[in-house]
Design a binder for this molecule. Structure first.
Ligand code: BYC
Length: 330
């Protein structure tokens, strides 16, 4: 699939013969699976692509804390509350690893955050949907973290060393997140008819947005061909989406709930599930800022940043004091 993507993307991916000697040497190292490190020479466009993708990813983790964070005070038991708090804190940690990975490319974290708050850069579409019931917390862990793992496992092998290494730890934590979500869904599905209906309702609302997380269809994906040539993307948007559907449908069967898709059926010839058409208009509306919660999410982040100013100032003052005293940092 990777080779096919590079081939079909020939329009946007230049042949080795058309490259400068530096670019050619860079591409040959990528082709030989040598990791690119922060201090290595890299084409400006490779650097820009990584800054774009890694910061979008970092922002997604931080904004992604909000829909679930809303349920920490309403978790049904002490154990569920402790688990959810740990999960949401993990997402904050993922954001920090990813901002650190982006910083190795010569951008400052303050600038990345300023760009997010100014609405100049994206975060994942999925976090612009509301969490209406406790079952949504189960559905997010099961579906959203499940989709995230599917997308992120290949990123552990991507060509940029600092990003790939950050992803290894993130993926381990995402596995726990997915399991905790599925566990919530299992409890609800084994509970009363009303609880099972809550689980089905959450699946109905989160299924299609989860499929959109993988990005536009390959044919409309502007960055895929070049990112595949640079081995930032090892599997295509559609390929990952299909794998996610194939993995998740049997899990829904086990729960005894159904995807909200009348066209979903096993295709023995393809060895995959066929599924219905995704509403790409909805995806583009969300990307343009018109999803159900876009404004609320951004406003909450900006408010948290402003209210946290004193913490950053105190931390800086403390670090300066220690530096003046000649203390070792760390
Ligand atoms: N949402 O050419 P394409 C998590 C944009 S956090 C918004 O295919 P690319 C979690 C795309 O940016 C999970 N925008 O792009 C956290 C591009 O626009 P720009 C986040 C999207 O980059 C807390 C345009 O559409 N994961 O798991 O080759 C709690 C064209 O797309 C989306 C990552 O960020 C979207 N869904 O491929 C729980 C993974 N899809 O930038 C869970 C890392 C596409 O030209 N990122 N766009 O303005 C990637 O793997 C890739 O960036 C994507 C898109 C597959 C998402």
């Amino acid at each position: 699939m990777y080779a096919q993507m590079v081939e079909t993307g020939q329009k946007s991916v230049r042949a080795l013969a058309d490259m400068s000697s530096e670019e050619r040497a860079f591409q040959q190292r990528i082709d030989a699976d040598v990791k690119v490190e922060a201090a290595d020479w890299m084409p400006d466009a490779y650097r820009r692509t990584l800054v774009r993708q890694i910061q979008q990813h970092a922002h997604s983790e931080i904004v992604g804390m909000l829909p679930e964070g809303n349920w920490i005070t309403r978790a049904p038991t002490l154990a569920r509350k402790a688990i959810l708090m740990a999960k949401v804190q993990d997402e904050g940690g993922h954001g920090l690893y990813l901002y650190a990975a982006a910083e190795t490319l010569g951008v400052s974290r303050d600038q990345l955050i300023a760009d997010l708050h100014a609405g100049k850069v994206r975060y994942s579409s999925i976090f612009n949907y509301p969490t209406l019931t406790w079952a949504d917390i189960g559905a997010i862990g099961w579906l959203v973290d499940g989709a995230a793992i599917m997308n992120q496992i290949p990123l552990c092998r991507c060509s940029y060393g600092p990003y790939a290494r950050a992803m290894v730890r993130i993926c381990k934590e995402e596995s726990f997140h997915q399991r905790q979500g599925y566990d919530i869904m299992m409890k609800l599905c084994q509970g009363t008819a009303e609880q099972k209906a809550m689980a089905q309702d959450a699946l109905n609302r989160w299924w299609w947005p989860s499929l959109m997380m993988f990005g536009p269809p390959d044919a409309d994906s502007v960055h895929s061909a070049q990112s595949a040539a640079w081995k930032i993307k090892l599997l295509s948007n559609d390929e990952l989406r299909q794998r996610f559907v194939d993995q998740t449908v049997p899990q829904a069967d086990y729960l005894g709930i159904t995807m909200p898709d009348p066209d979903l059926k096993w295709n023995a010839g393809r060895g995959h599930y066929d599924f219905g058409a995704i509403d790409w208009q909805e995806f583009h509306d969300v990307l343009r800022g018109n999803g159900p919660c876009n404004r609320e999410r951004l406003a909450t982040r900006v408010q948290a940043w402003e209210e946290g100013a004193w913490v950053r100032e105190a931390a800086l003052a403390h670090a300066e004091k220690r530096a003046d005293r000649g203390d070792e940092l760390g």
